[in-house]
Design a protein around this ligand. Structure first.
Ligand code: T46
Length: 134
């Protein structure tokens, strides 16, 4: 399975670190929405859905978490634990987020505004959707 990680250049100096993420440089799409997950309860798994259109980049800017991706035929587990690394998640990809460290902050850059109609929340429906598109 083709897992696409995006590296961000840290601009560190004696004061600390800074990472900039710019459209047309590190990003493969225009960002229309930003959201972040924090204070995730220990042992919780979130997600359990796919998107028809939405593309996203997931960056664990603090702490760590694990992302499980499933394209309908293949699965992959990606551990995110660096603020300088983003996981590109294409559309039509089932995702589950788990193993959040207590201090984890998962920042998400999204290509679309929030739209509940873009979600596929049933796994069998997701598999049917993937088959129809093939
Ligand atoms: C995804 C993973 C990585 C909003 O009102 N606006 C938003 O932009 C988002 C993302 C969520 N919400 C509301 C909808 C729900 O009432 O926040 C609540 C929690 O959302 P959800 O249960 O979808 O959260 P996760 O963690 O399961 O999934 C989220 C994103 O929804 C999803 O697109 O890829 O993070």
């Amino acid at each position: 399975m083709d897992i696409r990680m995006i590296s961000f250049q840290p601009h560190g100096d004696a004061r600390g670190q800074l990472v900039a993420v710019e459209e047309g440089k590190e990003l493969p799409f225009s960002v229309k929405r930003v959201y972040y997950l924090y204070d995730t309860v220990s042992g919780v798994t979130r997600g359990y859905h796919a998107h028809k259109k939405l593309q996203q980049i997931l960056i664990c800017v603090h702490g760590s978490c694990t992302i499980r991706l499933d394209n309908g035929t293949e699965q992959a587990l990606v551990r995110l634990d660096r603020p300088t690394e983003g996981l590109y998640v294409a559309n039509t990809m089932w995702r589950e987020m788990s193993d959040f460290s207590p201090d984890a902050v998962l920042l998400v850059l999204a290509s679309e505004l929030y739209d509940e109609n873009d979600y596929i929340r049933n796994y069998d429906e997701f598999l049917r959707y993937v088959k129809e598109r093939a």
